[in-house]
Design a binder for this molecule. Structure first.
Ligand code: ACO
Ligand code: KIV
Length: 556
């Protein structure tokens, strides 16, 4: 890169606000949310939404709890105009929901905008003109006074047309577009001039929206700018102070959060951050961040998959699999140490019967977003024993003892290394079945009978029918219990030379469906461990199958 510092790009000047308060503020309540999916989001699409997609998005936004929805730029296109008319004429706007419409500060556009909202119970008319130093110079070729006049003229007309439409409760919104690249005193002066015309009161507030039209600095600078305006705007109690961050630097969410801390009351953004260039700020992200801090976001994302589906359909753009809260992979751990910690976290939470969500690597309960735990752990070559064990336990009720987890995980690791692919839970179970439950070898267990030893009542005599090297056999032995007796029978009849080192069992399923799973750890004469697993409705049969499994595996 041929980079000379300061030559082509220069640093954004910090804001002189040494007594800034926002860094020690805490977000304690949700802001007023305004969705701009149907306007800022829509204007950034390759193919803007038609009527059907717009209506689906609108209804979805209402169902999520948005009370303010910018539904379009009605003077921009017939589609936008007709859509606004459709919402009004077909009573699509529920009580308590305000539609918002955007217009440039130009007479014919403002007039057309008012035509669009005629007959609505309530509407926000959003007027904007750019105030930045750069746009003043290159787009408008006007000085500060000239640009202020654009705002004033527009504001006058909005005031007049609103007064001529008493049947509609019009709330007025003004944006000094490109606010973050505007001198603060000048932005304040222009907003003040608009306020002088609109004359808001504490009971009839206007919205002053301060957009980071293009995100050009670190989010703390946006917060300083917002706090400066919050302190210096006249008649602050007559204003709803609104944010409209974009995400050019990838810090739109941080900017919005800092902006709320700095005194803003309202946030304009889109679902999953669709919008111009790198997008508008992602409202799902901010809202769910609040949720994880114990603050009610007052938007309902409890069916996040439905939100993703709707957004993808309406925008015809995919939501990235790693997108915060909504992405397909955001609640999935592939890596071994994460899986291990998640598995232990779930166990600890269950054991403590705790309300407070504390699971390593899962900052939020996927179920709160309507996602299941199914995909929390997925297995590939980066995974470890904990993940494999988790899947067998969750999906098949198999609770592998630790040493067996270690051994089986190596079997799985070999496959993932060879294939380089993810393994499904059912595939892992099939491998487990083949490796342990149906371990191939010379010995098959058929059935057994036990009786009390007539010579010593504390001992058992066991007679088992087996197939050994293709031949049916009955083997007999006695011992302290069926396992001991079966081992003795196998030793005397076919020369098995293994000793039982550990034995565990558990049941899986309930009532008539309950099944026992038995795990046995054997030692070869040289001390090498070998494991076997058996499963059966009868616990003794399960344990004898486990021994058979270990005998076959020891011979392989
Ligand atoms: C940051 C934002 O997202 S703002 C919203 C932007 N959204 C859109 O632009 C989508 C919809 N826009 C459109 O469909 C069109 O731009 C329209 C219909 C609004 C206007 O179209 P046109 O009349 O063809 O003009 P065009 O888009 O080229 O606008 C540029 C003119 O408007 C002026 N202008 C731009 N913004 C504003 C404003 N807010 N207030 C007043 N004048 C403005 C420019 O100075 C320029 O004037 P000039 O022709 O004298 O040089
Ligand atoms: C019209 C304004 C609010 C806007 O969309 C922006 O500045 O990004």
């Amino acid at each position: 890169m041929n980079f000379v510092p300061g030559e082509k790009y220069k640093a954004f000047e910090p804001i002189n606000l040494p007594d800034r308060q926002w860094p020690s503020k805490v977000i304690e309540k949700a802001p007023i949310w305004c969705s701009v999916d149907l306007r800022d989001g829509n204007q950034a699409l390759i193919e803007p939404m038609g009527h059907e997609r717009k209506l689906r998005m609108f209804r979805h936004l209402v169902s999520l709890g948005f009370k303010e929805i910018e539904v379009g730029f009605p003077s921009a296109s017939q589609t936008d105009f007709d859509f606004v008319r459709y919402l009004i004429d077909n009573n699509e706007i529920p009580d308590g929901v305000k539609i918002q419409v955007l217009t440039q500060s130009r007479e014919e556009l403002i007039r057309r905008t008012f035509e669009a909202v005629q007959g609505a119970k309530e509407a926000i008319v959003h007027l904007y003109n750019s105030t930045s130093t750069l746009q003043r110079r290159v787009v408008f070729d006007m000085d500060r006074e000239g640009i202020k006049q654009i705002a004033i003229e527009g504001a006058k007309l909005v005031r007049q047309l609103a007064d001529e439409m008493p049947e509609t409760k019009i709330q007025m919104e003004y944006s000094p577009e490109s606010f973050t690249q505007t001198e603060l005193d000048y932005a304040c002066e222009v907003c003040g001039a608009v306020m002088d015309i609109w004359k808001p009161t504490p009971d009839n507030k206007i919205i002053i929206n301060l957009p980071a039209t293009v995100e050009v600095a670190t989010p703390n600078i946006y917060a300083d700018q917002i706090e400066w305006m919050h302190r210096n705007l006249p008649n602050r109690d007559c204003i709803i102070l609104s944010l409209h961050p974009h995400n050019d630097r990838g810090t739109g969410v941080a900017a919005a959060e800092f902006g709320i801390m700095a005194g803003a009351d309202r946030v304009e953004g889109t679902l999953f951050g669709n919008g111009e260039r790198t997008g508008n700020v992602d409202v799902v992200n901010i809202a769910m961040n609040m949720y994880t801090q114990g603050v009610n976001p007052e938007l309902d994302f409890s069916n996040i998959n439905e939100v993703v589906r709707t957004v993808e359909y309406c925008n015809q753009l995919p939501v990235h699999p790693r997108h915060p809260y909504g992405g397909e992979l955001v609640f999935t751990a592939f890596s071994g140490s994460h899986q291990d910690a998640i598995k232990k976290g779930f166990a600890a939470l269950k054991q403590a019967n705790a309300e407070l969500w504390e699971i390593p690597y899962l900052p939020i309960d996927p179920q709160d977003l309507g996602r299941s735990y199914d995909a929390v752990i997925r297995v590939n070559s980066q995974s470890g024993k904990g993940g494999v064990a988790y899947l067998l336990q969750e999906d098949y009720g198999i609770e592998l003892p630790r040493m067996l987890q270690v051994e089986f995980s190596k079997v799985i690791q070999k496959i993932t290394d060879e294939t380089g692919k993810e393994l499904s839970s059912s595939f892992i179970y099939d491998v487990f079945t083949e490796e342990y439950l149906e371990a191939k070898g010379d010995l098959s267990f058929v059935n057994h009978q036990t009786t009390v030893d007539t010579h010593a009542s504390e001992r058992r005599v066991l007679s088992a029918n087996v197939v050994y090297k293709g031949e049916e056999k009955t083997v007999e032995g006695s011992g302290t219990g069926p396992i001991d007796a079966y081992m003795s029978a196998l030793k005397s009849s076919i020369g098995v030379d293994l000793s039982v080192n550990d034995y565990r069992e558990h049941t899986t399923g309930f009532g008539a469906d309950a099944v026992a799973v038995a795990y046995v750890e054997m030692r070869k004469p040289d001390g090498t461990p070998v494991y076997g697993v058996g499963r059966h409705a009868n616990i003794v049969t399960a344990s004898l199958r486990a021994i058979t499994s270990a005998v076959n595996r020891a011979a392989n």
